[in-house]
Each structure stands twice: as structure tokens, then as C-alpha cells.
Design a protein around this ligand. Structure first.
Ligand code: TGC
Length: 383
């Protein structure tokens, strides 16, 4: 995509290099497999080791803890480049990095960090983050999954739903109510009483493995509990990390749709000229480009603030809300510009539009982010 506002000049050489490396992987390795994987509904296993080799798992964590020591802007650019391919690939990386490695790094014991982080960064262990339940989505405080202290450990019961990576995960981070508030438990898949079902028949995010987790008298040792995670703020802090990556990722999907629409309308001849010569088409393209540019600048500014230690979940909500809303509109408009061809898998835009329906809703539905921003603006809690 053209860089009218010279956004590249705001990036460091290291940031451009990592983005370009991910874009090259997307073009050479990911794109050839995506259409089939999307249609069949599976996540190509080979991606896991390749993503690890690129250094994108746990990208912002210190190298000593199994990460790549990159800044937030570099991580954002990674998410943007990955979602230009498919939201499912960015989701895999988000869950592994922001929702699983981050909490172990921030809230885990030294032994938990040593046991899991390096292997997760190398793609040897895949993890999932289980907060949402069939009856506790936007309101995770109403979760019914609970852990009861028993001997030298905890006994867990409950059900978690819509869990990305769950069918493939070697390890699950389960959030459960305890007498001490909400706590996080690291549960290997072999643990007795732990069971996963794959959610089939999705019409969105077909490249991503999504599951339901059942905990039936699942007993784990005290060592499985994240010692520093106490209360709902802990899982929500992980969601802040993931939502930040989603803002960049959704913008990447929008870029892919814009690129396709621009290319298509420049080559498709109707009424004796390229579609792109029509005023209505140029207006659409200019509107799409405008929103992408604004989202890129907002995401970049947010990333720089975070690199300076300016953490604020409300800012992240604003960026997630903005990027998802406009990316979805751009994907739908790209589908419109491509006419009948827009519904075909080979033209990508419908796949992105389908994915963005999920991205718009998960890890904080659009309405939730509006209410978070509304709370900030008015001081009044509408939840
Ligand atoms: P509230 O009283 O506002 O907050 C409780 C405590 O948490 C703190 N906090 C945050 N901390 C860090 N980051 C954030 N984004 C935070 N939001 C709140 C808050 O300061 C407070 O701390 P403290 O110390 O005072 O206790 O909690 P509430 O119950 O009123 O809820 C507020 C609300 C609605 C905004 C929150 O519940 C929310 O964000 N809901 C949306 C939940 C969501 O995003 N769910 C998706 C879960 S992801 C998943 O499990 C499946 S999808 C992931 C995958 O792809 O697998």
C-alpha cells in the first residue's frame, strides 16, 4: 500500500526489518496454504515452528525469558503483517504471546517461567487462555468455573468456551473463582479431568482452532497456580496486551482488502474503462485509504506511548474499537467493489470480512469498548 503520510519514516530500521521479514514469510510460506486451510478449517501445523523461527512468539518479552526483546511497535507491525494473511494466524500469535506467555512472565513463579516460557517461544509448547464461559462472555466476573483448595493443590470444575488454540494446546491457562478471588491455573492437557472439544461449523476464523474446555474434578498441585495473579484485573491485563495486537492486526486485514480492491479495480474493465477510473470507485478507495492511514497513526502513537511506559487500557480499547470497526467496513466495501468475484476465496476479501466479524466481537466486543471509553469520558459506569 502507498505510504502517502510517510509512516515508514516514523519507524526504526529494526522495526522495518522485522515487519519485512514477516511480510516475506506471509507471501512465501503462509499465503500458498491459506485458501485450502481456510476451506477445510484447520491451522497448518507447520506454521507453529516457522512463526517461532521468525521470533514472533513472545516478541515483547525479554530474550532471557524466551521472548525476542522487541518493542510494542515492532510487535504491532508483526500483528499487522500476519493479519494481512489471515486473522487466524495473528490470533494464534496473540494468544500464545499476549494471553499465555505474558501472564506467565508477569504473574508466574521462577519455576513456572523456567518450565514454560522458552519452550513456548520456540513453539514446542502451544497454550490457550481460558476466561470466557458459555454464560460469561462480556462479563467475566460472572464466571462459574471454580477452584477449591484441596490438600496441596486445587480441584477445578467448570466449562470454558470460544477458546482459541484449545484443540491444539499442550497447556491451558484456566481462570477460576476461588475463596481468594479469581486465580489463574496452568493445566497441561494430560491432566485428569481436563477435556477439550473442537468447535466445528464456524463461518468465520476457519483457519483458527477453537474449542470448549471441560474441567471435571480436575486436580492440580499448588505449583500450577500463578502466584501473583489475584483478582479479575490479572486476566484483564492480559486482554489489554492482546487487544493492542488486535488493533494492529485488524488494520492489516484492512490493508489486504484495500490492496486487493485497488488492484482489481485498476485491471477490471467495465463500460470501456478500468473500474478505478469511475468517480464512485475512487471515492471508495480514498475513504478506505483514509481510515487505514488514521488507524495506522493511532496504533503507532499508542505503541510509542506504551514503549514509554504509558499504560492505559482505555487507550487500547479506543484503538481496538477504531481498527475493528473500520476494517470490517473496508472489507465489506472491498467485497462490493469486487462484485461477484468478491465472494470467491481466491480474492481474499470475503475471507477477511468473515474473520473480522469475529475480531470485532472477541476480546472485548465493540459495545464493551464503547462503554469503556464512555466511562472514561463521563465518569459514569454503564456496565
Ligand atoms: P472492573 O471492576 O472494571 O475491573 C476489575 C479490575 O480489573 C481492572 N481492569 C483492568 N486491568 C487491566 N486491563 C484492563 N483492560 C482492565 N479492565 C479492568 C480494574 O482496574 C479492576 O482492578 P481492581 O484492582 O480495582 O480490582 O470489572 P468489571 O467486572 O466491572 O468489568 C469491566 C469490563 C466489562 C470492562 C470487563 O469485564 C471487560 O473487559 N469485559 C470484556 C471481557 C472480554 O474481553 N472477554 C473476552 C475474553 S477472551 C477469552 O476468554 C476467549 S477469546 C480469547 C481467545 O481468542 O481465546
Amino acid at each position: 500500500m502507498q505510504d502517502l503520510m510517510l509512516i515508514d519514516s516514523l519507524l526504526t530500521q529494526e522495526e522495518r526489518d522485522i515487519r519485512d521479514a514477516v511480510q516475506t514469510w506471509v507471501l512465501q510460506k503462509a499465503k500458498p496454504l491459506i485458501d485450502d486451510a481456510y476451506e477445510q478449517g484447520y491451522f497448518p501445523e507447520i506454521f507453529i515452528k516457522e512463526l517461532a523461527a521468525l521470533g514472533v512468539l513472545g516478541a515483547t518479552l525479554p530474550v532471557a525469558d524466551g521472548g525476542s526483546g522487541l518493542g510494542y511497535v515492532a510487535y504491532g507491525l508483526i500483528c499487522q503483517a500476519l493479519e494481512q494473511a489471515d486473522s487466524g494466524i495473528r490470533s494464534f500469535v496473540s494468544v500464545q504471546s499476549s494471553l499465555c506467555m505474558y501472564p506467565i512472565w508477569r504473574y508466574g513463579s521462577a519455576i513456572q517461567k523456567q518450565t514454560w516460557l522458552r519452550k513456548m517461544g520456540q513453539g514446542e509448547i502451544v497454550a490457550c487462555f481460558a476466561l470466557t464461559e458459555p454464560n460469561a462472555g462480556s462479563d467475566p466476573s460472572s464466571m462459574t468455573t471454580h477452584a477449591v483448595k484441596e490438600g496441596t493443590g486445587w480441584r477445578l470444575n467448570g466449562t470454558k468456551q470460544w477458546i482459541t488454540n484449545a484443540p491444539r494446546a499442550d497447556l491451558a491457562l484456566i481462570w477460576a473463582k476461588t475463596s481468594e478471588g479469581i486465580r489463574g491455573f496452568l493445566i497441561p492437557k494430560e491432566t485428569k479431568g481436563y477435556q477439550v472439544d473442537t468447535i466445528h461449523h464456524k463461518l468465520s476464523m476457519r483457519l483458527s482452532a477453537t474449542g470448549t474446555i471441560y474441567l471435571n474434578d480436575c486436580w492440580v498441585d499448588d505449583a500450577a497456580c500463578l502466584p501473583l495473579a489475584k483478582g479479575l484485573g490479572a486476566p484483564l491485563s492480559c486482554l489489554t496486551q492482546a487487544r493492542y495486537g488486535i488493533a494492529w492486526g485488524a488494520t492489516g486485514a484492512a490493508i489486504a482488502c484495500f490492496d486487493m480492491a485497488l488492484d482489481y479495480t485498476q485491471t477490471r474493465q467495465q463500460f470501456g474503462m478500468p473500474l478505478a477510473q469511475k468517480q464512485l470507485v475512487q471515492k471508495s478507495l480514498a475513504d478506505m485509504y483514509n481510515e487505514i492511514t488514521k488507524a495506522q497513526l493511532l496504533n503507532l502513537h499508542l505503541g510509542r506511548l506504551r514503549e514509554q511506559g504509558e499504560e492505559d487500557p482505555v487507550r487500547v480499547s479506543l484503538a481496538k474499537m477504531n481498527a475493528c470497526k473500520h476494517a470490517l467496513a473496508i472489507a465489506r466495501e472491498a467485497r462490493n467493489l469486487l462484485g461477484g468475484n468478491g465472494i470467491m476465496l481466491e480474492y481474499q476479501v470475503m475471507r477477511h470480512a468473515q474473520n473480522l466479524e469475529t475480531v470485532f466481537t472477541y476480546e472485548g466486543a465493540d459495545n464493551i469498548h464503547h462503554l469503556i471509553v464512555g466511562h472514561y469520558l463521563t465518569g459514569l459506569n454503564a456496565f
